[in-house]
Write a protein that binds this ligand. Sequence first.
Ligand code: CA
Length: 363
Amino acid sequence: MKRRDLLKGAAGAAGGVAAATLAAPAIAQDRIEINMVATWGRDFPGLGTGAQRFASRLEAMSDGRMKVNYYAANERVKAFDSFDEVASGNAQMYHAAEYYWKGKHPGFAYFTSVPFGLTYTEMNAWVRFGGGQELWDKLSAEFGLKGLMCGNTGVQMGGWFRKEINSVDDLKGLKMRIPGLGGDVMAKLGASPVSLPGGQIYENLVSGALDATEWVGPWNDEIMKFYEAAKYYYFPGMHEPGAMLAVGTNKKFWDGLSSSDQEIVKAAAATENDMMMSEYNAKNGAALARLVNDHGVEVREFNDDIYDAFGEAADEVFAGVVEHSDLAKEIHESFVVARANIGAWAKLSDQAYVSQRNRVLGL
Ligand code: CA
């Protein structure tokens, strides 16, 4: 009896040791190290802090199993080299705006924002329920990537100008920082668009190398101090009516994740998509008041003639995009259907309600 207990105990202890020996390497294998590059400066409010929050959330949601080494712009690669860094597998993820890659394929522009494009709520509807994610997956797979929504700035301002823009003629010859297809629209109207990472805009505006720039909206633009060089602040931006940010993952790495780990990444990204938009909406209004009251900024609205010209130029730009490839055409056509369907409802819902509420309240 005694001997049997002893044996049992010994067997139990040995079993315990064996289990512990087996469990340790299993856990070690399950740890996932992710090198993540970003197109944003470290701690840049909204874009950068949102990307960093996503990285921290991945670690928290996986209870530390996913270890994210986050590199802001220039800490590992230059901002615009993030795509190649992840597509090649040198890093596993980037946080960026997909329209920075429109030179790789114009279809990427649709997954940030295009002129006369979708607002935040419309974009979410298209990507999640209108076929957008499937087309994005098809496009990204051509480059060895997988993209997910991971932030949004909402409707962006039209930009900072040294002089008033009263007619289309005023746009001619203007050297303006404006990336994506919005830059192509400005080019159709005679401006010279350039795409620069955020960190290089201020110096070029102050030096006079740029006549105008768009960036994001009041909260972000106030930090950039563009008002020191350009006083006229135009709204609304036709070029980015709901700029979506994205996390791009190397597709081989993504396919190698367990389905539960993929769900963790998706959930962390979806949370950030919502969080970032909330933060922009919470902070833009107060920043706009400071720009006007403390910094003498002159807020102006683009007139209808200019907006009509933007619309015609956007159609010309889109005509060029669909010529690029079957996939570009497919993405554009899906976007157009979504814009019509979701936009018609937005007119009777968000747009009509906010307009009436603000009219009654005098906002
Ligand atoms: Ca912008």
